[in-house]
Ligand binder design. Structure first.
Ligand SMILES: [Zn+2]
Length: 84
């Protein structure tokens, strides 16, 4: 077991624009994301430390740019576009 803080990338292809994006997660966040997906928890309870844009990214596969168009808010410092 390691207690070192490392980041994991959760990659998603946006269901609206089709571009690929990745969200940086800590090991602990990744573990909770996995539990959320396997147990069908409420995402606000599983990942309260992500902001609404980041949670919507996981829930709906909508990237920050598309969310900005829909909701007027695409603010995140954890989601980056994946360059091919
Ligand atoms: Zn998009």
């Amino acid at each position: 077991m390691t207690t070192k803080k490392s980041t994991n990338k959760y990659q998603v292809k946006c269901s609206m624009c089709g571009q690929r994006w990745e969200l940086s997660l800590t090991n602990d966040q990744e573990r909770r994301l996995f539990e959320y997906r396997s147990k069908g928890q409420v995402i606000q309870e599983a990942l309260p430390d992500l902001n609404p844009v980041e949670r919507e990214f996981i829930k709906s596969s909508w990237c920050p740019e598309c969310q900005a168009e829909i909701f007027g808010n695409g603010e995140t410092d954890k989601i980056k576009k994946v360059k091919d």
